[in-house]
Design a binder for this molecule. Structure first.
Ligand SMILES: Nc1ncnc2c1ncn2[C@@H]1O[C@H](COP(=O)(O)OP(=O)(O)OP(=O)(O)O)[C@@H](O)[C@H]1O
Ligand SMILES: [Mg+2]
Length: 600
């Protein structure tokens, strides 16, 4: 991607700069003041040498000083020398103002960029998140935004400040002596060229460095998340080696970037020294012939030496700028990924759901060329309790995902209450559905907060009631702090069945008109499963309930069982009807019975 394509990032940036135009103007004033103070720095010494010590005629600008110099040269020296302190004080104050204001604007920018990025990530499709590694996204949201702060808030102003200092110094040099200025400044284009080429090289190096850092972060995240797996398969040393390899490649890139940066600084120093050398030599000769005054020579050498600082900073800024461009490109990549239409707000408010579901000739595949569901037709009446069964990978969870509008079908329509769910406001629609996903996903927050996730204003009594219905109350009260126990990340301190019960309580708490449970009791014993099904039957009476089941326990409770095969409905009916048919269901049922007899 070329910088010219950073459209969204630029829009964000310019909005931010516009919003902060007041503070930025203040910082710009500070910067101008600083540049002026820099410019005046060598002048007190020049005045003392030329007009006090060498008694050259005083220029009209310094008119009031002339009589003082003539009568009391000691006092004149004292006054002029004090100007050095005043200038230093001004420099300090102005640079403080500039640094303080730009840092504030910069941190604000990081904050806003992060907010925007995070919100955008939430809007992106699940397919995007399936493809990305969380660790890499994490570096984009945290460190890339930070890199930008230094450049786009302070850096651009600093750049202007340095350019201003350099420019005004050049003007003064030409006013003092055009010839000498020309000689002294011949090195300037060479310097510009060096900086430019270093910038180009630094940019690609910085981009590679940040990419590698993202990979390392992703790897750390993954391995830490899967520590039990790594242990169980005795892969610690293999993982360590993989990490070492990745990290050393990062090291290589970082060292490269640092080397380019260091080389930039030294090159600038050397070229600058050449300029000072030429100016001092030729200026010295000119002063010998009395074509310039010793004070002028002093200003020349002082300016040329101090030009080195803004120049070196420009070189440093240019590498910083290239780092920032690499970060901006990475951020742009996220921002320019179209938000999932299904995730955008807008669309009709679904209102209260009745819970009538229809899949009309739905074809869907995560990879469109490999459909998981083919022309699926399925109708569920309001208030019906339906179980969906089928072999692993048949597409049961996919049906739940489509119903939740996590993905869009390639063709066909999913309707709820007769309305195409694509036309509904995604967030409002989902907020009316209770769901237990196949993976028990929990936050590292308290038990109560996890249960109340879909209904944050729930009263403690409601939370407890939901937990009781999900057969979770007993184990929760046995936890050290009961409902206030804070779970570890991903609730790894709970058993699989306990996690499932919490997820179930979370879904039941919402009292949804439509409840979707994806294998809610897979890790729960038969006795509790029966209790949970009792609770669901009671709670969801007259409300549509869809249960995806792997295990054929409690099947006679359902109004209808849908058997999925080859991406479509293979059979449907009640438990006894299906058994009587001696078809797919009968086969699956008996296979499971058999398996259970072998491994009770
Ligand atoms: N996020 C995904 N990205 C790509 N392919 C997927 C994704 N999720 C599932 N699949 C594929 O889609 C097919 C159907 O998966 P699905 O999860 O719907 O099966 P399932 O019937 O729920 O199986 P199980 O009983 O094992 O949970 C599988 O072949 C699976 O590999
Ligand atoms: Mg599944």
């Amino acid at each position: 991607m070329k910088p010219a394509e950073l459209t969204r990032f630029r829009a964000l940036l310019s909005a931010h700069l516009r919003a902060n135009s007041g503070p930025l103007a203040l910082a710009a004033a500070g910067m101008a003041g600083y540049a002026a103070a820099e410019l005046f720095a060598p002048w007190p010494l020049k005045i003392i040498i030329d007009h006090v010590l060498l008694a050259k005629p005083v220029p009209p600008a310094l008119g009031p000083l002339a009589p003082l110099i003539a009568r009391q040269p000691e006092l004149a020296i004292g006054i002029v020398a004090s100007a050095i302190l005043v200038i230093a004080l001004m420099k300090g104050m102005f640079s403080y103002l500039q640094v303080f204001v730009t840092s504030r604007v910069g941190y604000q920018m990081v904050h806003e960029l992060r907010r925007e990025l995070f919100a955008h990530l939430q809007r992106l499709s699940l397919s995007f998140h399936n493809r990305s590694r969380a660790g890499e996204l994490l570096t984009k949201v945290t460190s890339d935004t930070n890199v930008l702060k230094d450049v786009f808030a302070g850096g651009l102003l600093e750049l202007l400040g340095h350019a201003l200092t350099l420019g005004s110094m050049c003007v003064v040099l030409f006013l003092l002596n055009g010839q000498l200025a020309l000689v002294a400044l011949v090195t300037l284009p060479l310097l510009g060229l060096t900086i430019f080429s270093i910038y180009r090289r630094g940019k690609s190096s910085a981009r590679r460095q940040r990419e590698r850092e993202g990979e390392v972060a992703a790897h750390i995240g993954e391995v830490l998340h899967l520590t039990p797996l790594v242990r169980a398969f005795a892969r610690e040393s293999a993982e360590k080696e993989r990490f070492d390899r990745e990290s050393s490649r990062t090291l290589h890139e970082s060292v490269r970037t640092a080397r380019v940066e260091a080389a930039a600084g030294r090159a600038v120093e050397l070229i600058n020294a050449a300029g000072v050398w030429a100016a001092v030599m030729i200026g010295g000769l000119l002063a010998l012939r009395r074509e310039i005054s010793p004070g002028d020579l002093l200003v020349f050498s002082a300016y040329l030496t101090s030009m080195y600082k803004p120049l070196r900073n420009l070189a440093k800024l240019s590498t910083q700028f290239s780092k920032a461009m690499a970060s901006a490109e990475r951020i742009e990549q996220i921002l320019s990924t179209e938000a999932d239409s299904a995730n955008q707000s807008g669309g009709a408010d679904p209102g209260e759901l009745r819970g009538e579901i229809e899949f009309e000739r739905v074809t869907f595949g995560y990879d469109p060329s490999k459909p998981v569901l083919r022309d699926l037709a399925l109708r569920i009446r309001e208030g019906e309790h339906v179980a969906i069964v089928g072999a692993s990978g048949a597409g049961k969870s996919t049906i739940a995902s489509l119903l939740m509008r996590f993905y869009q079908p390639q063709s066909g329509t999913v309707r709820v209450d007769g309305r195409d769910i694509r036309e509904l406001d995604g967030e409002a629609y989902r907020s009316r559905i209770g769901v237990v996903l196949q993976d028990s996903l929990l936050f590292g927050a308290s038990v109560a907060e996890n249960i109340a996730y879909g209904k944050p204003d729930a009263a403690p009594g409601e939370i407890e009631q939901a937990a009781r219905l999900a057969a979770a109350h007993e184990f929760i009260t046995a936890l050290p702090d009961g409902y206030d126990t804070v779970l570890s990340e991903r609730a790894s301190t709970l058993s699989g069945g306990q996690r499932q019960r919490l997820c179930l309580a979370r879904a039941l708490l919402k009292r949804p008109a439509l409840l979707i449970l994806d294998e809610p009791t897979a890790a729960i014993d038969a006795e509790s499963t029966a209790l949970i099904h009792d609770a669901i039957a009671e709670l969801q009476r007259g409300k549509t309930t869809l249960v995806i089941a792997h295990h054929f326990r409690e099947m006679d409770r359902f109004d209808r069982i849908v058997v999925l095969g080859d991406g479509a409905v293979a059979e449907q009916g009640t438990h006894s009807q299906l058994l009587a048919r001696k078809g797919v269901y009968w086969e699956l049922y008996h296979l499971q019975q058999l398996a259970e007899e072998v491994t009770p």
